[in-house]
Write a protein that binds this ligand. Structure first.
Ligand SMILES: [Fe+2]
Length: 264
């Protein structure tokens, strides 16, 4: 298959036990997620990934509600856990069998590697030694496909001191691993509830806003931003180029989009 692949990244769904919001925000996480998924259904993506914090309340009922929501759409959502999730429960309740996550997706000229960066009991993230070993080995044994690495926690500082204190604690180990493999093109993450883009040693880094409440960029403490819910689209070309932009829902959820386009 030698075609451009469409990848959608949704992040920080924060689904609740019952339809509702979080952090005293009027945003209802069920409603905003449905709006995002409705748009994706029109786009017909090859892959959809959910980069963590799928649940606000990581309980079976929450994940079952989420599973029912996903079942209405013609694509499969591939999840990885965030600090709000229970990784095993999330994988099992979303229908991935015995709780073993799907971590490696390959199609055409591209591969996605989905990492678990959660550190139980902490908001901050950390990649366990076995996770880093798996990443290194998988990249080493699959040198023929361009790679996009996906995880919840941000491996580069985003400029908000409170948020950077709960980043990926051992980001240096991840970056060191990535530089050992020429096929790595990008890293996609959530957690920061805002858009972010950077580049380091030829590797592009993409932070994606939440499908619900956003945090104000460059703030010393947590401040809720009025920026609408959003998701990110990627186009992954056979030659290794990738294009990506964040698409925001309008304030009303029905009008024109406010798009932020960043082209390669
Ligand atoms: Fe989150």
């Amino acid at each position: 298959m030698n075609k451009t692949l469409r990848l959608a990244q949704i992040s920080d769904l924060h689904y609740c036990r019952e339809p509702g919001g979080l952090l005293d925000s009027p945003v209802v996480t069920d409603h905003t997620l449905k709006q995002v998924l409705d748009r994706l259904a029109l786009w017909a993506p090859d892959w959809v990934i959910a980069t963590g914090d799928l649940a606000q309340d990581p309980e079976p009922v929450t994940y079952l509600r989420l599973r029912k929501t996903f079942a209405h759409y013609p694509f499969r959502v591939h999840p990885l856990p965030g600090n709000h999730d229970d990784p095993f429960l999330m994988t099992r309740m979303l229908g991935f069998g015995d709780g073993e996550p799907v971590k490696h997706l390959v199609a055409g000229a591209w591969q996605l590697l989905l990492l678990d960066s959660t550190l139980p009991g902490h908001q901050q993230g950390r990649l366990a030694p076995e996770e880093l070993s798996w990443l290194d080995e998988t990249l080493a044994t699959n040198p023929g496909q361009h790679a996009l690495i996906c995880l919840h926690h941000h491996p580069l500082p985003v400029g908000s001191p409170w948020m950077d204190r709960i980043a990926l604690a051992n980001a240096g180990e991840l970056l060191e691993c990535l530089t050992d493999h020429d096929q790595v093109r990008g890293v996609a993450f959530g957690h920061i509830h805002q858009a972010f883009e950077s580049e380091w040693r030829g590797i592009r880094f993409f932070g994606t806003p939440a499908t619900c409440v956003q945090f104000r960029p460059n703030s010393h403490d947590l401040i809720i931003d009025k920026t609408p819910p959003a998701f990110r689209r990627f186009e992954l070309h056979p030659d290794g180029r990738l294009e990506s932009f964040v698409e925001y829902l309008s304030e009303s959820g029905a009008g024109a989009d406010r798009e932020e386009k960043r082209r390669a």
